[in-house]
Design a protein around this ligand. Structure first.
Ligand SMILES: [Zn+2]
Length: 91
């Protein structure tokens, strides 16, 4: 029988992540937590699997912040291992 005592852990599990494939979600390009509005120009319909993947990788970053992050990686990647890059970016 399924254990419902740990819904938060279940929500974050890979199993749940894959189960949502094929569903449609609304992604806010500027997150509501960063002042984005729930209006059509800020809403993007995404496959839920891709939406989950976006937030798994980029958390709550805006598209502009993701571009800036990738540009930072591009600038520091020469002579730097991937492990060092990730350490610089996320520590
Ligand atoms: Zn989203």
């Amino acid at each position: 029988m399924r254990d419902y005592r740990f819904p938060y852990r279940e929500k974050r599990s890979v199993h749940k992540f894959k189960r949502r494939a094929g569903w449609q979600d609304i992604h806010h390009m500027t997150p509501k937590s960063k002042g984005g509005e729930d209006i059509s120009s800020n809403r993007l319909s995404l496959d839920a699997y891709k939406h989950d993947a976006w937030h798994l990788i980029f958390k709550n970053l805006t598209i502009r912040e993701v571009i800036e992050l990738l540009e930072r990686i591009e600038r520091i990647k020469k002579n730097t291992s991937l492990a060092e890059i990730l350490k610089k970016l996320f520590n």
